[in-house]
Structures are given as C-alpha cells and as structure tokens.
Design a protein around this ligand. Structure first.
Ligand code: ZN
Ligand code: ZN
Ligand code: FE
Length: 748
C-alpha cells in the first residue's frame, strides 16, 4: 500500500475535474480525497502501486476536454486512515470564485446518448459534465444550477437521478436536461410558431434547400444562416446585414467537407475539431458562393458545436452553411429573443430559438495557424473567461482596453481575466455591452477595481470610462501595451526589443504611432525608431479610403510632380479630387501625421489598384497579403536614418515596376519582403547598440501570415530569441492584458 500526494496545475478548476478524479479513484479502488488549491487540484491517493499507476495514466489520458494539465507533481507520503475516496468541500469561498469554464462543444458521448437514451432521443440541448454551455449561462458563482439561466427548468426524476449519481457522467452537470424537463426549441416563420422539434428541423432543412435565411440562436448569440453555395441566398444575406463587407464564416458538415473546399494541415484539423470549435482561417481551394468571401483567398471555417448543428446536417444535402453573427453592421450579436424578433423579423425568413436565456454574450472565436502555433485573433466562445497566469499580482486592477476590437481585463491575484471580445466601442450598443459586461465581471468574479489602467488616447470611450471611475488611474501608451501583452503571455519581465506594429495608436508627441521599435520593459519604454511620419489627408477618412494615403506617400516621394506620373492610379483619378488632396497636403489642412504600419500597406494596396476603398477593418492589408507568392526573394530599397525609416526610394521603385507592368503579385511580394527585411535590419542594429537579444512582436500587423512565417525564422536564424502572441490576440483585443501588467509592475 502506497500513499501519494498528487498536485495538478493548469486549468483544472470549475470544469468538472474533481468529479472526474472521484470516478477514476472509485474505478481503481483508490482511497483518499481530492480538493481545489488556489493554483490547481490536490489529490491524496492511497492504493496498490499498480492501481495508482493506472489512475495517474488515465488522469492524463481521459482528462475532461476543457482541462489543460500543465504539470503533475507526485510525492510519496505516509499512508493515512482512509476507507473511502471523497471530494472535500471548498474550505475557502475565494477558491470557488474565479473559476468559470468556457463553453464546451457537445461531446461524442452526448452525441451517442442522443441516439440511445430514451429520454434524450434527438434532444437538441443535450450536455454532460464534459460538454455544454458554461460561461454563457452563468449568472453568478458558485457554478450551481440556481446561478445559471437553467434555473427555471426543474429537473425531472430521471435527470435528477443522473445529476446525483456520482458514477454518472452527468453527476453535477448543472445544465443537465432532457426532452421532458429541459429548454425547448421554437421556430417563428410567417406569423406561425412551431413548437414540435421534428417539424422545426424539417421546416428548417426545407428552408435551407430553398435558399432562405434563418436567424438561429447559438450558444453565445444569434447567427444568420443560409446555404453557402447558394449565391442568391448569400448575396441577399449580405444586403440585409447592411454595410457589411467582411467575409462570412462558414460551418462545414465535417472535416472531410472542409478539406473539399480548403487546404487543411494537421494542426489546423486539430484546432477545427478541438472542443473549443473556433472559426479557423483557411486557404480556400474550391469556390463557395462568391458573396461569402468577396474575392479573398481565406475563409473562416468551423465545425458543428451544438447538438442541433449535427441534427441539421443530417437532414440537409448542403455540406456547408453560412453562419455569420446575427447583428447589423458593427453592433454586438443579438442574444435576446425579443430583440431577435424585432431585428430579424423583417430580415430573416424564419427565427429559430430556444427558451433558455443567454446571459453572457460570446461571439465565435477566430484563430489562425502559422509558424507552428495557433494564433487567436478573436478570443471569445471556448476561450473566455479562462485566466492568464501573470508574474505580478494584478489584484484589483481593471484595464479598460483600446477602442476597436475591445476586450477589457480584470485582475484576481496572479490571474488576468481577459473579457470575451466586445467590439468597437464607438458603436453605442457595443459600448453598452462593454459597460454591462464590466459590471457582470465585477459581480461574477467578486472584483472591486482599485486601480484602472487605460489607453493614453484621451478620446477613446475606454479612456473616458476609466476616468469616470474616479479611482487611481494609469495611462498606458498603446504600443507599449501591445509589447507588454506579449511579454505577459510569455512571462517576460526584462528589457526587450519591442516591435509594435499596427494601424493606429495615440503617441505622446501628439502624432499617430504604429511602427514602433521600442526598448521596453514592463514599467517603461524608449522609442528607438519608427517609419517616417506621413500626412493623412482627411484624418480618420483614410481608414476607409486608402487612396488618400497612397497620394500622401507619392507626395512624399515626388512632391507635386506626382500628378505627372504615368501610372493607372493617377491617370484614372479625377483631377479635381487629386487637386483637393494636394491642396490639403500643401497647406497641412486636416492632415494628422502618422507612422502607422497599416497605412503603408493601405498605400501600396491603393497604388496598385487592389483596394481604393475598404468595407471592413484592415481590408487593404488583407487583400495585399492575399496576393503574395511564396517563391520570391526580391525586395525594394529602404533608407534608415537614426530615428526614422524612409520609404521614398521604395515608392520610386514601385512606380518603376508599375511602368514595366510588373504583375501586382510581384509588387505585393517584394513589398512584404522589404517590410520583413526592415524589421530584421533594425533589430540587428538595436542588438549591436544595446546588447538586447529578445525580440517581442505584437500589434495587428503581425496577424499577417506571410510576414510571420518569414520574419520569425529569419530572426531565429540570426540567434534572436523571438516572442509573438498566440493565446492572446496581437491585435487591440490583447491591449488590456498589456495595460494591466504594466500597471501591476508600476504599482510595485
Ligand atoms: Zn457531453
Ligand atoms: Zn429530464
Ligand atoms: Fe494596436
């Protein structure tokens, strides 16, 4: 007989890990107990050596889907007097507080139960301790049924028996339900309400076949759905969503179906099929309806994650559906059933809903895979609100984030809890979602803000929100926050070469920053160099009208002579329009200065006539990247002064290339290569001057796969230590984490 003290670290709390350990212990006749620690789970296990080994093996092999075991430490202790195995109650309420599991897609066992368990035949909201809604239905902690939106549904005798049977997979599964007692679907169409689930499913599949559009309640909000191969349906959906230019996400029947339409490597397949079921950006190889991706090579693909998705695909012949977030333009996705009827009543041909409330709105998460790592671009369903462990105590620090693609972050001890994706705070509905969600987090996580960190931009709504709290506040420079976010993710607390590139961020000199080489640690930074400032004629207008920035760059290289350039970009432009911009540039009227890397991409995309106007954020850089070809090493000339990097020569050479009718693919690729080489060269110079060797890459520009797949290896080959973001977005969705760790370090 041996006794072991087993300590398991990682994401093992609040996800049914203790009941899992209990069942395993019973199976192997192990005595002792399991309880939660502040940073994991501790098990005292006493049995024969053989049983203990099997117990440990299966603990790793069969751990609940949502758990992430980081470390297991075992220690032999002297045997005690145990004649049973127990789950010891939480001694301290605080350890029950900060654990809310992200939502988990339906598991295979439940999909089987849906065929075999008489009370759950085709039950479309089936779930168990290993799967189902979590965060989206949690109103309060501890995570018990009464504190979730399952509260109004009283368990039937059968469900209760399973819920109370510790050997059952549904033991303490809070959302446990069945056909008899659980929430039910309903369908509204043309003034009719259908309650019978079989009829709902039949009508729905009939509608999909006929090219209709359905508003469809998901786990974290409504989707709009239609057949992704039916151009008529997709283009109609695009019109109905208004001003929406973003590619639509598509849900495939299964992995084989994804492979028919897109290139999928084994890592991408793993992410697609993981329990989180995010949207994965993939390279398309077979056309969907043209209005799905609007000419981009990349599609956002995901697989079924709710039981009803599986049931639906069984009924229809289509193997791929558009499943785009149910909102209008920039508004948050709709979660409320009444709102859905109000907004979608006139848009959609039918609304499919179920009578359980979505308490915490979560969008589908978006990830991409490159240079060997999963990269989270939008962190929401399946990821939030799992914490990030931090080096410094972040207790009581609220970080309010940036403005576009906002997330905020609260601090609990050594855990940063980054909110789910909120969105663009300039939209009034999104701002309301933001303020409501901060309040929800305060209650859910028993969080009381004592210190607030915010962006330096005085006009960001997140800044105003921070200052209105009337508590101690710390302004954080945007690009410093990007670097700190990446440092926090990798547990770095020392001086680094920070390469912080994006479209825009407030600079303390009053200009717009966005191509920053920083010498940065957590509590301070020095700006080493950046791209030369360029005037943005029309100010904010340039983000939707990249042609303006292109003119400004040409003006910078050629002066007023640009008018005589014999290139299509100039000759096709209305003379009057051009004169107005030149006038503004001459007289510096509404021409803020920017060093934003995103603006350089915009300018090249416009100059090569790839994109003069944009319909969604970062469209021009995305279109430019999608033209790159992998097999070209050429680049343009760039001149480096002490503090600035000038692209004058590059523009002259690009004009040359245009004169020689060089294909845009070549120009786009040469530009990308130039960009990569520029970062490399400056990094080398910084290293030789300062001895710093860690390069930290962050900012939205590094969502560019072409750049990352070449820049990282180039730096690594030259013996740099390179850090980039993967679990936290490198775009402004990750800013709040950086703000928070900077504030924590400064507070020290
Ligand atoms: Zn399950
Ligand atoms: Zn039941
Ligand atoms: Fe940014």
């Amino acid at each position: 007989m041996i006794a072991l003290k087993i300590k398991i670290e990682g994401l093992v709390q609040g996800i049914g890990f203790r009941p899992f350990v209990y069942r395993l212990a019973k199976k192997h006749q192990i005595n002792g107990y399991v309880h939660n620690l502040s940073d994991g789970v501790e098990i005292i296990a006493q049995a024969e050596k053989k049983s203990l080994n099997r117990f440990l093996d299966e603990m790793v092999k069969d751990a609940p889907a949502a758990s992430e075991i980081q470390e297991i430490n075992t220690e032999v202790i002297s045997p005690g007097l145990f004649n049973d195995f127990t789950i010891s109650g939480s001694t301290d309420i605080s350890d029950a507080i900060t654990e809310i599991s992200p939502d988990i897609s339906v598991c295979d066992d439940c999909l089987k139960d849906m065929r075999t368990q008489s009370h759950r035949i085709n039950y479309p909201l089936i779930n168990c301790t290993n799967c189902g809604p979590r965060f989206t239905i949690t109103r309060d902690l501890p995570y018990d049924r009464v504190n979730t939106t399952m509260q109004p549904f009283e368990m039937c005798d059968q469900c209760r028996a399973e819920y109370e049977d510790i050997s059952d997979r549904r033991f303490h599964a809070q959302p446990v339900a069945c056909n008899k007692c659980g929430p039910k679907y309903e369908m509204f169409s043309g003034g009719r309400k259908i309650m019978d689930f079989d009829r709902i499913l039949n009508t729905l599949s009939d509608y999909i076949r006929k090219g209709k559009i359905i508003a469809f309640k998901g786990t974290g909000g409504y989707h709009l759905m239609c057949d992704a191969l039916d151009e008529h349906a997709v283009s109609r959906l695009r019109k109905l969503k208004k001003r929406e230019g973003k590619p639509f996400a598509v849900m495939f029947r299964n992995l084989d179906a994804v492979r028919e339409f897109a290139e999928v490597n084994s890592s991408e397949a793993e992410i697609l099929t993981s329990w989180r079921k995010p949207i994965v950006l993939l390279e398309m190889k077979k056309q969907l309806a043209p209005s799905v991706a609007l000419g981009l090579k990349t599609i956002g693909a995901f697989l079924p994650y709710m039981p009803i998705h599986y049931l639906l695909f069984e009924k229809i012949t289509a193997s791929v559906l558009v499943l785009t977030s149910g909102n209008l333009s920039d508004e948050p996705i709709i979660t409320g059933d009444e709102d859905a009827r109000e907004v979608f009543g006139t848009i959609a041909d039918a609304i499919i809903s179920y009578n359980r409330e979505i308490y915490n709105r979560t969008d589908d998460s978006v990830v991409t895979f490159f240079s060997g790592k999963e990269r989270i671009l939008r962190r929401s369903r399946g990821y939030a609100p799992a914490p990030v462990m931090t080096l410094h105590n972040v207790e009581g620090i609220l970080a309010t984030g940036a403005e576009l693609v906002n997330c905020f972050c609260i601090g609990k001890g050594y855990q940063s809890i980054l909110s789910q994706h909120i969105g663009d705070l300039k939209n009034i509905e999104t701002y309301r979602f933001y303020t409501e969600t901060v309040e929800k987090y305060k209650r859910l996580f028993r969080f009381n803000p004592l210190l607030v960190a915010h962006d330096m931009h005085p006009d960001y709504f997140s800044t105003r929100y921070a200052l209105e709290l009337n508590i101690e506040s710390i302004p954080v420079q945007h690009h410093h926050a990007h670097i700190a976010s990446c440092m926090a993710e990798h547990g770095i607390d020392e001086k680094v070469i920070g390469v912080s590139f994006d479209g825009t961020g407030y600079g303390p000199d009053g200009n717009i920053w966005g191509s920053e080489f920083l010498l940065a640690d957590l509590d301070s930074f020095e700006r080493y160099s950046h791209f030369e400032y360029i005037a943005l004629p029309g100010g904010d207008k340039v983000t939707e009208e990249p042609w303006r920035t292109a003119i400004s760059y040409l003006y910078n290289s050629f002066g007023r002579e640009l008018k005589h350039l014999d290139i299509p970009f100039i000759s096709l432009m209305e003379g009057k329009k051009l004169d107005l911009i030149l006038e503004a540039l001459d007289k510096k009227i509404n021409c803020p200065l920017s060093s934003g890397a995103g603006r350089l991409f915009d300018a090249i995309a416009a100059l090569t006539n790839i994109c003069h106007f944009t319909k969604f954020h970062a469209e021009a850089p995305m279109r430019l990247e999608s033209l790159t070809t992998g097999s070209l090493n050429q680049r343009y000339e760039v001149s480096h002064q002490k503090e600035t990097i000038s692209f004058k020569e590059m523009f002259q050479q690009i004009i040359e290339d245009i004169h020689q009718e060089t294909p845009v693919e070549i120009i786009a690729t040469k530009f990308h290569n130039t960009f990569i080489y520029t970062i490399f060269r400056v990094s080398l110079r910084i290293r030789s001057e300062t001895g710093l060797n860690k390069v930290v890459l962050s900012g939205g520009t590094f969502q560019n796969k072409y750049i990352m797949e070449r820049l990282e290896p180039l730096l690594i080959k030259n013996k740099f230590e390179v850090f980039s973001q993967n679990r936290i977005p490198c775009n402004d969705g990750g800013i709040a984490l950086g703000q928070q760790v900077i504030a924590a370090k400064m507070r020290k």
